[in-house]
Write a protein that binds this ligand. Structure first.
Ligand code: FAD
Length: 596
């Protein structure tokens, strides 16, 4: 898309500006009506009335119809076709009524008026020919009919949103709302996926509770008037106000306002071997791969005769004891233990789900009591914990902890670190220690007019509490709404709003119909804490309500209902037999090179 210039359409080139369009057409119509009135005078025998009627019909005809040059036959046929309605209206109804009689719409009456019909047909044909001749003459003497000049289109202002996650999609939705039908605003969203991924339910995809597509909402369906460009952004040129998207073929997008909402990527903390031998847990593809790798490991363990190797295949390690890691470990534990029923040769004691976490307790975001409850429930269901430990190295079939202990295992999922999108490093912008773009309280990037940021890639300080905003979907959504309103204010001369949001609380599923909840009591600074089945039911109700789109909600509810009656699906949908696939992220997952 190139910079769109205002379109200025020139008027018809005319040396002599003729009379106004309407007046000119009325004149053509009057002249042709008077000429054609002869046919009515002769056939209707109404004298002056016929002339007056012919003049009125001529004016209406002249104003209403267009006469392309020299289209005599066309104009004659068109006007002659008016004869029947004119005859019905005038001769059959109006003239008799005006002379104090009944309308002549009986069969006998109409038969008596057939000569009138002939008169109207002759009048119509003559009117068409005369109007065409008068119009051609007017063209010759007065010049072509002037075409009204449309008002110049307003200068378009282009808002470009980078990222199709919570922050990006919500920004576009809110921009559509605040700008309404204002066509001078062009909104474009770029995303390397065509759907918004509902990450809170990602563990359920890895654990085979939910179909992968059921937690993704197509961006194009969500947005009404935003242009969606699918492809990875590879270059942002702030000086030239342009962004390069590496789709096929690549496109360069110009913007007036830019929203950075590219989220975060997995950070392996510089551990090269760990990066090579682990699976990530951020995208749909990664969740599907985890699910498939678990199923694949079971299939291979079933035919493995070496007990050590079998145990290794059935050991699944999760690095990181935050929300994502705990929810994943809980989901994998339920999935794997449920699968044992289909693999009669495998024994429960051969299966191990290990969660490695550097802190002295899991779930640092929750209160110590809830974290302890979560650990106790998960341990009771068979999850093993290695607290105060880190995964420091990895090789095929083994993961080494910082203490030197080695865990023989087949699968390691890394949830222990994330960092704002790497493309931000190529931009001349202030970044926080975490690597996020620093924004002011209005979510604008200081010193860069028209550049904004929200979500996981932005370092935002709450305007009221002065606390840094956490990288969560809950915050990303609210930031996006404020950001859209502030862009609206910037373009319409309004007052920008400072960002403030009181977190609603946190919910974490720890597996097997159990969750922990810590929710803010409205209008107070107090939290209520509860756990177990009630918290799990609340988790499901809240998140299904937050899932965008009615259709997705119905799909997820039907998955959950089916799960009550049937075992989880163990169909392997990705073939992992290729050794390269087990060696780490496939080439397709590698980020494109980002240009400065
Ligand atoms: C497993 C998991 C569970 C979570 N659970 C919760 C929860 O329960 N509650 C909660 O509040 N938060 C949760 N979060 C955190 C939440 O997902 C993030 O905070 C939120 O997604 C941030 O939104 P965002 O728009 O900034 O980033 P994202 O949602 O990550 O969106 C970034 C978007 O940019 C796109 N993108 C990336 N690179 C490019 C590129 N080069 N070109 C074009 N597009 C690109 C991505 O495809 C993506 O669509 C969870 C996260 C994970 C991983």
């Amino acid at each position: 898309m190139s910079a769109s210039e205002p379109v200025v359409r020139t008027a018809w080139p005319s040396a002599r500006p003729g009379p106004s369009r309407l007046l000119r057409r009325a004149g053509v119509g009057l002249a042709s009506g008077l000429v054609a009135s002869a046919a009515l005078v002769v056939t209707l025998r109404l004298g002056f009335t016929a002339i007056a009627v012919a003049a009125a019909v001529g004016i209406a005809h002249g104003v209403w119809f267009c006469f392309p040059r020299r289209a005599y036959l066309d104009s004659m046929m068109t006007a002659a076709a008016l004869a029947i309605p004119l005859w019905s209206l005038m001769s059959v109804v109006l003239f008799p009524v005006l002379s104090g009689q009944h309308p002549m719409w009986t069969a006998a009456g109409m038969r008596a008026l057939v000569p009138h019909l002939v008169g109207w047909v002759l009048f119509g044909a003559a009117l068409g020919l005369a109007a065409q001749a008068a119009s051609d003459a007017a063209d010759r003497w007065l010049g072509p009919e002037p075409i009204p000049v449309p008002p110049p289109e307003p200068q378009k202002r282009r808002i470009l949103v980078l990222g199709g996650g919570f922050a990006g999609v919500e920004t576009a939705v809110s921009l559509e709302r605040v700008f309404g039908a204002d066509r001078s605003i062009v909104i474009t969203l770029v995303s390397d996926t065509n759907a918004l991924l509902f990450t809170p339910m990602l563990a359920e995809v890895a654990g085979s509770s939910l179909e992968p597509t059921h937690i993704s909402s197509p961006i194009r369906t969500t947005l009404r008037r935003t242009q969606v460009v699918r492809g990875p952004v590879t270059r942002v040129d702030l000086a030239a106000k342009r962004v390069v998207v590496a789709c096929d073929p690549p496109v360069t997008l110009a913007y007036d306002q830019l929203v950075l909402a590219l989220g975060a990527v997995t950070n392996h903390l510089g551990l090269v071997n760990v990066a090579r031998h682990t699976l990530g847990f951020k995208s749909l593809r990664e969740a599907m791969r985890i699910r498939n790798q678990v199923i694949d490991a079971f299939e291979r363990a079933e035919v493995e005769t070496d007990p050590e190797r079998r145990r290794e295949l059935l050991t699944f390690v999760v690095a990181g004891g935050g929300f994502a890691g705990v929810e994943l470990a809980g989901a994998l534990n339920d999935f794997a233990r449920g699968m044992l029923a289909d693999f009669p040769d495998l024994r429960p004691e051969e299966l191990a789900i290990v969660l490695v976490h550097p802190g002295d307790r899991i779930l640092p975001e929750l209160s110590p009591q809830l974290a302890a409850y979560a650990l106790e429930r998960m341990a009771a269901r068979g999850v093993t914990f290695r607290l105060g430990e880190r995964v420091a190295d990895a090789r095929q079939g083994a993961f080494v902890l910082k203490s030197g202990e080695e865990i023989r295992g087949h699968t390691l999922v890394w949830t222990a670190g994330s960092t704002p999108h790497p493309i931000l490093k190529t931009l001349p912008l202030d970044r926080s220690k975490r690597g996020a773009v620093v924004v002011d309280e209005h979510l604008a990037v200081p010193g860069q007019e028209g550049v904004w940021a929200a979500g996981d890639c932005a370092a935002i300080v709450d305007a009221r509490t002065k606390e840094p905003c956490p990288p969560t979907a809950q915050f990303a959504l609210r930031e996006a709404r404020t950001l859209a309103e502030n862009i609206h204010a910037a373009l319409t001369g309004g007052q920008p709003k400072a960002f403030h949001f009181d977190a609603l609380g946190a919910l974490c599923v720890v597996g097997h119909h159990t969750a922990c909840a810590e929710l803010r009591v409205p209008f107070t600074r107090r939290n209520v804490r509860f756990s177990g089945l009630l918290a799990w039911l609340m988790w499901r109700s809240i998140y299904v309500a937050k899932l965008p789109g009615l259709e997705r909600k119905v799909r997820v509810l039907s998955d959950w209902t089916l799960e009550l009656f049937f075992p989880r699906d163990i169909v392997q949908t990705i073939d992992l037999s290729e050794p390269a696939r087990l060696q780490g992220p496939a080439a397709a997952d590698k980020p494109p090179p980002y240009a400065a």
